[in-house]
Design a protein around this ligand. Structure first.
Ligand SMILES: [Zn+2]
Length: 121
């Protein structure tokens, strides 16, 4: 079944990662209540979205500088909240109130030679 949704609906409540989760660029710890920018991508051949890179506000890119061919990509500012799973006693950071700042269709490719290098994982 396919369900149509907007990017902001899609990202609301989306898990960012286990706590603690660090900014992918500077390594600062991101916590509940922080503002952050998240980068989400979906390969064209699946329905699965994944959030790959949360950034702290200082490191937040304004645009997708490294579009990936074959992936739909979204960049959104948000607040971080937590979702608790009482059964496993784990909390995860989730996206709250996302505001889309950029998006890239699967056909896009990087053309900017000054493109920001992808931070090492
Ligand atoms: Zn940072």
């Amino acid at each position: 079944m396919r369900v149509a949704t907007t990017p902001t609906q899609l990202l609301e409540g989306f898990p960012v990662g286990p706590q603690p989760t660090a900014c992918q660029h500077c390594g600062d710890i991101l916590q509940e209540g922080d503002r952050a920018t998240v980068f989400a991508a979906r390969p064209a051949d699946t329905d699965q979205w994944a959030i790959h890179r949360p950034y702290c506000l200082t490191c937040s890119p304004d645009t997708i500088r490294h579009p990936t061919v074959g992936c739909t990509e979204l960049l959104a500012q948000c607040r971080l909240g937590t979702r608790a799973d009482l059964a496993t006693q784990q909390t995860r950071l989730v996206v709250l109130e996302p505001e889309l700042t950029d998006s890239s269709p699967p056909t896009n490719r990087a053309t900017d030679p000054r493109a920001m290098p992808v931070p090492p994982r």
